[in-house]
Write a protein that binds this ligand. Structure first.
Ligand code: ZN
Ligand code: ZN
Length: 342
C-alpha cells in the first residue's frame, strides 16, 4: 500500500510499504477514506515531542470502510463505514473496567511512536485497529466529516469534565481548532454566555460565528474584559492553548470558586499562580483525549448542531500530504485543518 512515512525529523515520504496485517481475531483492516492532520502530528514531526520517533506512519483522526475482519469480530462486517478512537486501550485494566479507557494503563495512540511503543497510524491506504475502538458512521455523514469525529470528541470530553450547569458563564481561552470545536459543543448544550479569547482576529471572528457571545483579544487586559462580562468572573473556563500566559488569563477570568479545565498541551511545564488558585479556591482539571464521547460527537455532527465541514481548509490526496504538513508546520495564515484522502 501507499503511506506517508516519517523517515526522519521533518522528512515525510509518500511511498510503498507492506500492507498491515490483522493483530488478532478481534481486529479489522480499514481502507482509509479520509484522515485529518492533527496539530500533534505537525508539532511532532520535528522530533521535539518525543512521540513521533521515526520511522512512523502518523495519523489518528480517520474514517474508512472495513475491508477485512478477524474471525472473532462480532459487531462489524466487511463494507461497514467506520471511524475509530485514536487510543487503542486494552479493555481489561483497572481504568478500562472503570469506564475510563483514556486512562488505560496499556494505551497506545495510533500513529505514535515513543519510548514505550510504536503503532502505525492512518496516513495510509490501510490501517489495522481492534473492533472495540470502532464506531459506525451515520449514513448522513461523509468521510471527511467523520474524520473530524476525534477532535470534536476531544472537545466534548473537555466540555463534559467542566460540568457546565444551565446558564453558567463560560470562557474559552484559545480559539484554534479544538477551541472552536469546544465552543460549538458548549453552544449546543449550554445557554449561558460564552466568551472566547484569542490573539488572532480571524479566529475571534470564527469563534463568534460558531456560537461565542463575546470575543476578547488576548493580552494583559483580557481577563479584566472577561470578568467585566459577568461582573464577578465566569463560572467555568477552558484553556485550549497550553502555555503560561493563557493559563494566567483563564485563572484571572474566573469567579471565586470557579472551575478550570486544561486541554491545551503545548508546553511540558507552565507557571501557575499558586496563591490565586488557593485564595480564590479554583478547581483545576486536566482533560485527556476521549472517554466515551464518540457517540455524542457523531450525533452532534449528524444533527447539524456542530458544523465541522467549514473548519476544513483543504481536502487533498494523500500524496500531497508532505507539502501540506510543511505548510501547517510553517503556520500558513488561514490554514486550520487539512484532510487527506488516501
Ligand atoms: Zn489529534
Ligand atoms: Zn486498559
Amino acid at each position: 500500500m501507499k503511506a506517508l512515512v516519517l523517515e526522519k525529523a521533518m522528512e515525510i515520504v509518500h511511498r510503498e510499504v507492506p500492507d498491515p496485517v490483522l493483530d488478532d481475531d478481534r481486529s479489522v483492516l480499514v481502507r482509509v477514506k479520509a484522515v485529518s492532520i492533527c496539530g500533534s502530528d505537525v508539532h511532532g514531526m520535528d522530533g521535539s515531542t518525543g512521540r513521533r520517533i521515526p520511522p512512523i506512519i502518523m495519523g489518528h483522526e480517520a474514517a474508512g470502510v472495513i475491508e477485512k475482519v478477524g474471525k472473532s469480530v462480532r459487531d462489524y462486517k466487511i463494507g461497514d463505514r467506520v471511524t475509530f478512537d485514536s487510543t487503542i486501550y486494552c479493555g481489561e485494566c483497572h481504568f478500562c473496567r472503570k469506564g475510563t479507557p483514556n486512562l488505560c494503563d496499556n494505551r497506545r495512540v495510533l500513529g505514535v511512536s515513543c519510548d514505550e511503543y510504536r503503532r502505525d497510524g492512518a496516513f495510509a491506504e490501510y490501517v489495522v485497529v481492534p473492533e472495540r475502538i470502532l464506531y459506525p458512521i451515520p449514513a448522513k455523514l461523509d468521510f471527511v466529516s467523520a474524520a473530524m469525529t476525534e477532535p470534536l470528541a476531544v472537545g466534548c470530553h473537555a466540555a463534559r469534565l467542566g460540568k457546565p450547569d444551565l446558564g453558567e458563564s463560560i470562557a474559552v481561552i484559545g480559539a484554534g481548532l479544538i477551541g472552536l470545536l469546544l465552543i460549538q459543543a458548549l453552544r449546543a448544550n449550554c445557554s449561558g454566555t460564552i466568551v472566547a479569547v484569542d490573539m488572532d482576529e480571524g479566529r475571534l471572528a470564527a469563534a463568534k460565528k460558531y456560537g461565542a457571545d463575546v470575543v476578547v483579544k488576548a493580552g494583559p487586559d483580557a481577563a479584566e474584559k472577561v470578568r467585566a462580562v459577568t461582573g464577578r468572573g465566569v463560572d467555568l473556563a477552558f484553556e485550549a492553548v497550553g502555555a503560561s500566559a493563557p493559563i494566567a488569563t483563564a485563572i484571572d477570568s474566573l469567579r471565586k470558586g470557579g472551575r478550570l479545565v486544561l486541554i491545551g498541551n503545548v508546553s511540558a511545564k507552565v507557571e501557575m499562580p499558586l496563591q490565586k488558585i488557593i485564595a480564590r479556591q479554583i478547581q483545576i482539571t486536566g482533560s485527556n483525549a476521549i472517554e466515551s464521547e464518540y457517540p455524542l460527537a457523531l450525533a452532534l455532527m449528524e444533527s447539524g448542531k456542530v458544523d465541522v465541514k467549514s473548519l476544513v481548509s483543504a481536502v487533498v490526496p494523500l500524496a500531497e500530504g508532505p507539502s501540506w504538513m510543511k505548510r501547517l508546520y510553517d503556520r500558513e495564515p488561514g490554514l486550520l485543518k487539512v484532510v487527506l484522502e488516501p
